[in-house]
Ligand binder design. Structure first.
Ligand code: GTP
Ligand code: MG
Length: 201
């Protein structure tokens, strides 16, 4: 997928603030600090478009990035970040739940995982949730530059025992690994619900 434009459009904290133009969207979801915002920047070749930080909990709102004037990549706050008050955590969870429930335009969820961390109940629930929502889940293992190929394969094999990982994208925002495959997955997901091109031909 060739990226011709990428712009930040808006931040939302509840569904009424989400874009209403009906363009399809793909959401990035994963633990805090896993590299969701960095993945957006690397994917669209725009350092600093999405704010990143070495401290978990950087993204605190639902952020919409319009790509190629055609679809949105949606950056969510990370879950599993323990260093915030419970009340704040609850409000983020509610924000994310409300988002999922009301976005008819949502066509796919990219689950971003750090291969160095085990996947647990939270991730398992997340996959079930996405499945129940009726949209495809694409798994992306990021920060692959931090592991040798052997170690990476072993970690992915271990994680596959806990969650349904199919044809994962191996990605690194540092080396650019996986950008082409990620683009293919984005294109595939966007095609799923699109009406047939020549329905009446
Ligand atoms: P929250 O907004 O807190 O949920 O985090 P996030 O998932 O958006 O993570 P973010 O993109 O802010 O990245 C977190 C840290 O990981 C930053 O210090 C990034 O520089 C680093 N990082 C992200 N992707 C990669 C990667 O592919 N390789 C390496 N080595 N570091 C990465
Ligand atoms: Mg972020």
């Amino acid at each position: 997928m060739k990226i011709t434009s990428a712009e930040f459009v808006k931040s939302a904290v509840d569904p009424s603030q989400c874009p209403k133009d009906g363009l399809p969207e793909i959401v990035l979801i994963g633990r805090s600090n896993v590299g969701k915002s960095s993945l957006i920047n690397a994917f669209v070749n725009r350092k600093g478009l999405a704010k990143t930080s070495s401290q978990p909990g950087k993204t605190r709102t639902i952020n919409f990035y319009l790509i190629n004037n055609r679809f949105y990549l949606v950056d969510l706050p990370g879950f599993g970040y323990s260093n915030v008050p419970l009340s704040v955590k609850k409000s983020w969870e509610k924000m994310i739940e409300d988002y999922f429930e009301c976005r008819d335009t949502l066509q796919g969820a990219f689950v971003i995982l750090d291969p160095r961390r085990d996947a647990g109940d939270v991730e398992e629930r997340l996959y079930r949730w996405i499945e129940a929502f009726g949209i495809p889940a694409v798994t992306v293992f990021t920060k692959t530059d931090k592991l040798s190929n052997n170690r990476l394969s072993a970690r992915i094999a271990a994680i596959k025992k806990a969650i349904p990982v199919v044809e994962p994208v191996l990605f690194s925002a540092v080396t650019g690994q996986g950008k082409v495959l990620l683009g293919k997955k984005v294109a595939e997901v966007l095609e799923v619900k699109a009406p047939p091109a020549n329905e009446n031909a």
